[in-house]
Ligand binder design. Structure first.
Ligand SMILES: O=C(O)CCC(=O)C(=O)O
Ligand SMILES: [Fe+2]
Length: 171
């Protein structure tokens, strides 16, 4: 089920920029794509104005498929403002992550987001991060590159990208 959703999303993202349906998936390692589930637990906080659940970031993954509980908390940054992401029962929240920005050579941008905490309620979320295998090299898809569109990102192994990002080193 999750794999079907992921395949569809990657297909739409590929076609959306004029590529073959399987282009993004192949660019992420094809059937070796890794599904990494995390559970976020944000207990009530006495001073929600002074704390964040997760600091602002973009996801390192390709896409993130996330299910939250009903407690408001996720915000995305757009046009200099933080916007609440509305909770819609049974809806999935999809984040574009860094690897899609790289594959698309910047045509898609990874979404900058953060979470706030609540004074009374516990918030939880269950994201699944779709990641290339560590040794797999990710870079702008060659079909998107030409004289007018030079590569904006280096091609490198996913594990090296991860290492640089986690240690705040230049990519
Ligand atoms: O809890 C959320 O809604 C988002 C969490 C998040 O951004 C993350 O785990 O990367
Ligand atoms: Fe995130």
């Amino acid at each position: 089920m999750l794999i079907e959703v992921a395949n569809k999303l990657l297909g739409f993202l590929s076609k959306g920029i004029g590529l073959e349906e399987n282009a993004m998936k192949e660019g992420l390692g094809g059937e070796d794509l890794i599904y990494l589930m995390k559970i976020n637990y944000y207990p009530p906080c006495p001073c929600p104005d002074l704390a964040l659940g997760v600091v602002p970031h973009t996801d390192i993954s390709s896409i993130t498929i996330l299910v939250p509980n009903e407690v408001q908390g996720l915000q995305v940054f757009k046009d200099d403002h933080w916007y609440d992401v509305a909770y819609i029962p049974n809806a999935l929240i999809i984040h574009i992550g860094d690897q899609i920005e790289i594959l698309s050579n910047g045509k898609y941008k990874s979404v900058y987001h953060r979470t706030t905490v609540s004074k009374e309620k516990t918030r939880m979320s269950w994201p699944v991060f779709l990641e290339p295998p560590p040794e797999f090299e990710v870079g702008p898809i060659p079909k998107l590159i030409n004289q007018d569109n030079p590569p904006k990102y280096k091609t490198k192994k996913y594990k090296d990208y991860l290492y640089c990002k986690l240690n705040k080193l230049p990519q």
